[in-house]
Structure formats: C-alpha cells, structure tokens
Write a protein that binds this ligand. Structure first.
Ligand code: HEC
Ligand code: HEC
Length: 475
C-alpha cells in the first residue's frame, strides 16, 4: 500500500471513529436524560432522616442478609470466628437494642432476617476518655468494624461441614421453638447460604483472597461495583470508611473524587451492599441523600485552648485553607497523585475503563450512573468533625493529626488501630497497645498501607503545629 493511500485510510478511519464516538456520546446523553427523571427533593427533617438512616431496610436479604435465628446461633456454632456475641468485630452496641447499630430485623420469604444498612459503616461511637461512656455519632466512620473478618467468617462457616440443616435447626431449637412453617424455610436457606458463599468464592473470592488483611474500619468500597462491571484485577482498592457528614458542599465525592452526584453516591452505596436494583425505594434514597447532605458532626468534646486555637486559625489560613476550607481555590478538587504523593493503590484501583463500563453498563437499568469523572489523585476534603475521623488519609495510615504534621519518615511505621478512645493530645484515636480495643497492628510497610505524602505543614515550627492541632479541633 502506498504511503499516500495509507495516510488517507488512517484519516478516513479516524473520522469514522470520531463520528461513531460522537454518536455514542449524543445517544447516551439523550437516552440518559429520558431515563433519569428529575426526582423531587426530599422534605424530611434531620430527626426523621436520622430515624431512616438508623432503621432503613434495603432489599439486600438475598445478597448479604442472614436469617435472624442463624445470626443468633452463629457465635455458638462457630465460636472461633465469632466469639460470644460477635465480640471483637467492632459492632456498635447500643443499650436496649438487640442488634448492633446499622443492623435491623425484617421479614422476608416467611422468616425474620438481619440485614445491614449505611449506619453499619457510617455511624459509630467514640469515648472522650477511657473511663467515659460511648457517644454515638451518625455519619462518623465506624473505624472499629472488622467487615472483612465478619463477612469471610460467615462465608467460611456457611461452607463448613458443620453447617447442615440439622445442626443449624438443633442449635436454634435450644433457644426457641420455630413455627412449623418456618422450619423448611430455614432448612432451605442453610443450603442457599452455602451456595451463595461458594458462588462468591468462585467469582469474587479469587480477588478477595489475594487482598491484604483489612484494618478495622476498612473495605474495598468498589469491590461490588467492579464485579458488576466485570473488572477482575489485582489492584488494592482498600480504603477507610469515610464520614458521611455534610455531603451538600462535597460536590465531588469518594476518596479519589470520582463521584459528582450525592444521590448517585447513596444509590450506588445501597447497590454496593447488596440491594436489588429493581427494588430500590427512590423516596428512601432521596431521604438518605437529604439527611447526609446536611448531617453535621458534633463539636469536639474535650477542652480547647481558645487563644491557641485562634493563633492556629492563622496558620490554617496560610498553609491549609486553600485546599481544605470553603472558599479555598482547591477545596473539594482532585489533587494529582504526583503532587499529594500519598499511597497510590486506591487511586489506581479504578480507571477510566471501569467508569465507562459503569456509565454504559447501567444505562439500561433503573439508575443509570452518569455522574462520574476520571481522577488522577485524591480529593481535598472539608475537615469538619476531624476527631471522629481518625486514623487519617484515605488508607488510615496516620494515627493522629500531630503525626500527619510530621515528615513521612518520622510518622509511626507501625501503630495500633481499633480503639474508640480519643487521643486528646494529638487529635485522633489512641494508637498505643494499652488502649482497650486496639486489636490490629497497622504496618505502613505493607502494600497499600504507606503513610507517604501529604507533606503540607510538616516544616512548621513545633509551636505552630501545636496551634494548628488546637484549631483543627474547632472545625
Ligand atoms: C460495609 C461498609 C459500608 C456500608 C454499609 C456503606 N458504606 Fe458508604 N462507603 C464505604 C466505603 C469503604 C467508602 C469509600 C469508597 C472509596 O472511595 O473507596 C464509602 C463511601 C461513601 C460515601 C462518599 C463519602 C464522601 O464524602 O466521599 C457516601 C456518601 C456513602 N458511602 C454513603 C453510604 C450510604 C448512603 C450507605 C447506605 C446505603 C453506605 N454508604 C453504606 C463503606 C460503606
Ligand atoms: C494542595 C492541597 C492540600 C493542602 C495545601 C493541604 N492538604 Fe490536606 N489533604 C489534601 C488531599 C488531596 C488529601 C487526601 C489525601 C489522601 O487521602 O490520600 C488531604 C488529606 C488531609 C487530611 C485527612 C482527612 C481524612 O479524612 O482523613 C487532613 C487531616 C489534612 N489533609 C489536613 C491538612 C492540613 C492541616 C493542612 C495544612 C497544614 C493541609 N491538609 C494542607 C490536600 C491538601
């Protein structure tokens, strides 16, 4: 083929390619506009919103739910995984409530179930001091919940030879007499849960087994979405549960800033925890969206040195406000990895091909997800309620704000996670071995767990760092 002919051919193909691409974009846009009606805004009060956030039941029984009596007898049947009463899994227990926060009972398929909602990971409790009672806070990340151990423990139990209909019914009947109509349903679900676990192992388990052990308060947030999109890779997408405070000004969301719609974040999250797309209750989604848009953290519960904090405000304005305060030129934007230099794994776990698969793949569904943007870094976030948000950075690799203000080489290389006792001095949770609940040693040398980057403020004089820490308590 002559060079001229080849050039012409390439040009023709390029034009054809562009026309096809343009066509796809236009048709996609049109189809999506038709499909996604403008939903009316929710008008619920914050108090009503909290009620919904705490007690919402999504249609995730089949995908992730546990029949109530099976949930009850698991710790007896598999004490090595669940101890008495699921101790050490970081569930938030509230006086007078049988199930942990974020778990609720509902009836489906003729029996009672336990399913979880947003509050399992996005609500928790801190203790101001070791001796203090816990204070429950909606929207704070449950930095204590060991999701991976819980879910894998259940799956392992379901697949074990000890998990037979007779054994399960026998364990249940030590506590209650099941109505005759429920017995066959329980028997059937013992089999279905085993199938579900095997199916999960065969599909997702291959990547999940490879994944490193998660710290309390972590998950692969996009694991389910990637599965849906048919992306099975070996990247490490582990991230800490973020807070869900004040979503309204968070025009972009998720650690890497890829989401540009608060409502899609809510619907996507419901689907991610197993809710059936066909059964999504749009009013419930809108209500949760409204509630989290305006959800405020409580004020810092310990003493604040006001004069010191005021001086720290000046330091903050100079060193941090541009990226972290309303009105700052770079607040709620994506800061490239090449600039922030924190651990790259979570950012690299989602790419453009994933986003397009979700955009196009959900087009025929009830909820076409269109509000995504590509990302080459991590989001610069608002910093309200910081005392409930430790450990810090997307991978929770820095135990306290004071440590974040040290150069990376001087930050703790290993520290303990799991306690909900505040570290009054350093702003964060206590990270020493003696703090009750500190069950997990976080090792920053592991892949995905690096505490590198974010060197802002690290060269400040010590006195100014002190002032800055004091100021950050006031946000
Ligand atoms: C199993 C724990 C878990 C549950 C349950 C859960 N989430 Fe999340 N959520 C996460 C994780 C992890 C992320 C971070 C994902 C990422 O960016 O890697 C996240 C991110 C979010 C964000 C983005 C916050 C921000 O500022 O960027 C919102 C909003 C959110 N979730 C809302 C919800 C809602 C609403 C529900 C219930 C329908 C829910 N989540 C259920 C773990 C959970
Ligand atoms: C150039 C923009 C930029 C500047 C300036 C900046 N930060 Fe950040 N900050 C970021 C980004 C981006 C992240 C997210 C990094 C990650 O999670 O990997 C972040 C994360 C944080 C976090 C963790 C939040 C969480 O939810 O875990 C804290 C705390 C923080 N910054 C405090 C500060 C302070 C204090 C200063 C000033 C001394 C400062 N930052 C200056 C961009 C900036």
């Amino acid at each position: 083929m002559s060079t001229a002919l080849r050039t012409q051919l390439i040009r023709a193909l390029t034009i054809l390619g562009s026309v096809v691409l343009l066509f796809v974009v236009v048709v996609t846009g049109w189809y999506w506009k038709k499909k996604l009606q403008k939903y009316p805004e929710s008008t619920i009060s914050q108090a009503q919103g909290e009620q919904i956030f705490r007690s919402a039941v999504f249609e995730n029984h089949e995908a992730e739910g546990v029949p109530y009596w099976i949930w009850r007898v698991m710790p007896e049947m598999f004490p090595q995984s669940f101890k008495p009463d699921y101790a050490e899994l970081g569930f938030i227990r509230v006086a007078g409530r049988e199930l942990p926060l974020g778990m609720n009972k509902s009836r489906r398929f003729g029996i009672e179930w336990v399913t979880h909602n947003c509050a399992l990971c996005h609500a928790a409790a801190y203790r101001a001091t070791e001796a203090a009672e816990q204070t429950v806070v909606m929207g704070m990340p449950n930095a204590f919940f060991r999701r991976q151990i819980y879910v894998e423990g259940l799956d392992k139990a379901y697949m074990s030879n000890a998990f037979t209909p007779d054994a399960v019914l026998g364990a249940i009947e030590k506590h209650t007499v099941l109505p005759a109509a429920e017995k066959p349903v329980y028997r059937e679900w013992v089999g279905k849960l085993r199938e579900r676990a095997i199916d999960y192992k065969n599909h997702v388990g291959t990547t999940r087994d490879w994944h490193p052990l998660h710290a309390p308060g972590q998950a692969e947030g996009f694991g389910a979405a990637k599965q849906y999109a048919g992306v099975f890779d070996e990247t490490i997408g582990t991230a800490d549960f973020p807070s869900t405070f004040m979503q309204r000004p968070r025009v972009i969301g998720h650690w890497d800033g890829i989401s540009t719609s608060t409502l899609e974040r809510v619907i996507g999250s419901a689907l991610a925890i197993g809710a059936k797309g066909s059964a999504i209750d749009m009013q419930q989604m809108l209500d949760i969206d409204k509630y989290t848009m305006d959800l405020k953290p409580p004020p810092y519960p310990l003493a604040i040195d006001a004069a010191k904090a005021q001086r720290g405000g000046g330091v903050f304005q100079r060193e941090c406000a541009n990226c972290h305060a309303a009105g700052g030129a770079r607040i709620n934007t994506i800061v490239p990895l090449s600039e922030v230099k924190t651990d790259p794994h979570r950012q690299k776990s989602l790419n453009l091909s994933f986003l397009w698969r979700i955009k196009l793949g959900t087009l025929p569904s009830n909820y076409p997800f269109q509000h995504w943007q590509s990302s080459d870094g991590y989001r610069s976030d608002f910093l309200e309620g910081l005392f409930t948000r430790g450990p810090y950075l997307h991978n929770g690799s820095v135990p306290s704000i004071r440590d974040l203000l040290k150069p990376p080489a001087e930050r703790p290389k290993k520290f303990m996670r799991g306690t909900n006792v505040l570290d009054a001095e350093n702003l964060g949770y206590r990270s020493d071995r003696a703090a009750p609940g500190n069950v997990f040693e976080y090792d920053t040398s592991r892949e995905g767990y690096s505490n590198s980057g974010h060197e802002y403020g690290t060269a400040l004089p010590e006195a100014q760092k002190d002032e800055l820490v004091e100021y950050l308590k006031t946000l």
